[in-house]
Design a protein around this ligand. Structure first.
Ligand SMILES: [Zn+2]
Ligand SMILES: [Zn+2]
Length: 270
């Protein structure tokens, strides 16, 4: 099992010490963990602060390299990052990615106009259709303009936060055309997507993106796909990953993807 989306205490919204995660991963029989702590540049946070929300990258890399060596006979560790993708920050994001030896970069759309979806501003006085249109049109601009990531994180994340505002968070027909365009662009550029299992924990009853989007990705010829728990707590590590491998096989995928120094490698699904 490979858990390709795990946060640590280097993320502001997570308290898990790195070594606790490693020990838990080993006890669960996980072969490889990719640590993907948050970087979100120029983002609004409560208290009306606009800030770069990120770890000290030098300290992060050094700590992860130490851990890699210490546990190398027990578990494989990849050094990754979950980079909040924002067009206005394109240059700084590229610079950060080039500057540090990340094995793997999840590119995620957590913010619209510098506001984190978490705080719900996107949904104020908007219908679901309007909010989704705004979200996915931003993702379209990002996938057309940016190439700094390995896989696009939880592609339909907007559904997670829409749960508080709307009774039905399913995608409508119009969203699916946008999603198709996004997936085609990702595939053409040789990038991939992740399957994030946290949707089960957030009450979506499935993964992000949804099974329907995964089927579409397969149909369009998508091959690069990672699976991660988006763990922020110890009990999340490895969560529903085996079941998701089964789901991917049912859809027709034969491989999942892992990364080493940003290069994809394909692992046959068990
Ligand atoms: Zn995320
Ligand atoms: Zn995450």
């Amino acid at each position: 099992m490979f858990d390709y989306h795990v946060h640590t205490s280097f993320s502001n919204d997570c308290k898990m010490p790195v070594e606790e995660i490693i020990k838990r991963g080993i006890s669960l029989g996980i072969q490889e963990i990719a640590f993907t702590d948050h970087v979100e540049l120029n983002v609004w946070r409560p208290g009306d602060l606009v800030m770069d929300d990120m770890f000290d990258a030098d300290v992060y890399i050094k700590k992860m390299q130490e851990i890699q060596t210490k546990y190398k006979n027990q578990i494989s560790i990849k050094i990754g990052v979950e980079m909040g993708l924002q067009l206005e920050e394109k240059d700084r994001i590229n610079q950060l990615i080039c500057q540090y030896p990340f094995d793997f970069v999840i590119g995620s759309s957590h913010t619209i106009d510098g506001h984190d979806l978490y705080y719900g501003k996107l949904f104020h006085e908007k219908s679901k259709e309007e909010a989704y249109e705004r979200y996915f049109s931003e993702v379209i601009k990002i996938v057309e303009a940016m190439e700094c990531y390995s896989v696009y994180g939880h592609l339909d994340l907007v559904r997670r936060y829409a749960l508080k505002s709307y009774a039905n968070v399913e995608l409508e027909d119009v969203d699916k055309d946008m999603i198709q365009w996004i997936l085609k662009t990702i595939i053409e550029k040789g990038k991939g997507i992740e399957v994030n299992t946290s949707g089960y924990r957030y009450g979506l009853g499935g993964t992000n993106p949804s099974e329907e989007i995964l089927q579409l990705y397969k149909k369009l010829g998508g091959e690069v796909i990672t699976v991660g728990s988006d763990a922020h707590r110890l009990e999340h590590i490895g969560f529903r990953i085996k079941e998701t491998y089964e789901l991917l096989k049912e859809i027709g995928f034969k491989y999942i993807t892992v990364f080493d120094q940003r290069e994809p490698k394909f692992i046959k699904l068990p």
